[in-house]
Design a protein around this ligand. Structure first.
Ligand code: AMP
Ligand code: MG
Length: 415
């Protein structure tokens, strides 16, 4: 029996994003696997990273100079007796405390001796045999990081669910991890639809176009930590489309592109409805990407599979992936979805749009440290991949604005 027509449910951009974040917070993460330290770069930690010792493990000098008692430098210039040298990696910690009137010559990364409470930079000193003359005072604690100040032994340095960037890898190295437990990558099926779409190997006929969306999506899925699974192109024909959707639902997530607009041959929503899909929304008040669909199939929470139906226009596909599909992939991969952040820059030229939709306009953000600006890329609408490929961000225009004068600060979404 055919399913009844799908009820339209069009949300504001903010509401649609909130729905996605809510669902993402319920998504079950993949199983974990053990990988080499370098293989863990960009992956999501499945174990907390714990400090195996204090960080730093000893009170560390952060400058080359002299370890002193700061009280000895109240009258300047001060003359102190140099009682020894401490270099980084010194075999034994100094045990006898520094007495008043004494200093140790000390190097960056070396342990500060007991009794010393500051390090004077070598630039403010002059050595005279066993004496050093110091021209500048220091306050207690200056140029020293006390033992355990960064982290104490046994404390959690990084939580499970954190994506490992270069600092995370450094941290794992600093606690001696040669192997790490990370979450497996979720498998994300990609289904391109449309009678006019052909595979890359085929020579397109006069009215056909090559399937580019499956590849932009695969690239975005990889960046989001997923593993793309490209399905054959689905024609605009219900039976075959439905078969391929069922095949896609075997993966952890299904992303369909095309076939979600209002045309007579936009059959995706109906095909999903026949598979008893639940729809969280069937549109968002954004441009490009208004007909975006989000929902799930599966009766029980355990068997639940999320899907997205993204509009087929190449730019719409890329924007809606970024706004809505990425957080779900991040969550399925065991991570905490990145919150959307909108840095600002000045518009180089005025911007005019119609009101009613949140706009994501491909743009180039450039400039200097103290003069950052953004310029909309001239484009022919949401099919213009060449314009998109030149851009490095989107300017985000709220739905109530129709004119933004040149020089105004505008919100960006970086890519
Ligand atoms: P649709 O969302 O199916 O109405 O498609 C909207 C536009 O996007 C049409 O011009 C399609 O030809 C184009 N399009 C759809 N799917 C793809 C694809 N996989 N690769 C490139 N362009 C596509
Ligand atoms: Mg189509």
């Amino acid at each position: 029996m055919a399913a009844p027509p799908v009820q339209s449910l069009v949300l504001s951009f903010e509401d649609a994003r909130r729905v996605v974040e809510e669902q993402a917070s319920r998504a079950a993460a993949h199983e974990s696997q053990t990988v080499d330290l370098l293989g863990a770069a960009g992956r999501i930690l499945a174990q907390p990273l714990v400090a195996d010792r204090d960080f730093p493990p000893f009170s560390r000098a952060t400058r080359d100079g002299y370890a002193v008692r700061s009280a000895d430098l109240e009258t300047l210039p001060a003359r102190l007796r140099v009682v020894g040298e401490i270099k980084a990696g010194i075999q034994k910690l100094i045990s006898s405390p520094l007495n008043p009137g004494q200093a140790f010559s000390i190097m960056t990364g070396a342990p500060v001796p007991p009794g010393a409470d500051a390090v004077v930079m070598v630039e403010y000193t002059s050595a005279h045999g066993e004496w050093v003359e110091i021209a500048k005072g220091v306050s207690a604690g200056e140029n020293i990081v006390p033992q355990g100040a960064e982290a104490s032994q046994g404390s959690v340095l990084l939580e499970r669910g954190t994506r490992l960037n270069e600092a995370g890898i450094a941290l794992a190295a600093s606690v001696g991890k040669t192997k790490l437990s990370v979450f497996g990558r979720p498998r994300v099926a990609v289904l391109a639809t449309g009678d006019e779409i052909v595979e890359l190997e085929a020579q397109p006929g006069a009215t056909q176009i090559r399937n580019s969306n499956s590849y932009s999506l695969a690239a975005q899925i990889l960046q989001a930590g997923g593993e793309p699974v490209l399905l054959p192109i689905a024609p605009d024909e219900p039976k075959r489309l439905r078969k391929l959707i069922e095949q896609g639902l075997q993966s952890d997530l299904l992303i369909i592109t095309g076939g979600v607009s209002m045309g007579r041959y936009d059959l995706v929503e109906q095909a999903l409805a026949e598979l008893h899909a639940e729809f969280f929304f069937t549109g968002a008040k954004i441009q490009p990407g208004r007909p975006v669909v989000f929902g799930c199939c599966g009766k029980t929470v355990a068997s639940r599979k999320y899907f997205f139906g993204l509009p087929g226009n190449p730019l719409s596909t890329m924007v809606t992936f970024e706004l809505f599909a990425r957080p779900v992939i991040e969550a399925l991969g065991g991570g905490r979805p990145h919150p959307l952040v909108f840095p600002h820059a000045r518009a180089r030229s005025e911007i005019r749009v119609k009101t009613g939709l949140t706009r994501f306009l491909p743009a180039i953000h450039s400039g200097k440290l103290d003069d950052s600006y953004v310029e909309i890329v001239p484009w022919q609408g949401s099919g213009d991949i060449a314009a998109q490929a030149r851009a490095n961000c989107y300017v985000v225009v709220p739905p109530d604005r129709e004119h933004i004068p040149a020089g105004e600060w505008v919100a960006l979404m970086l890519r």
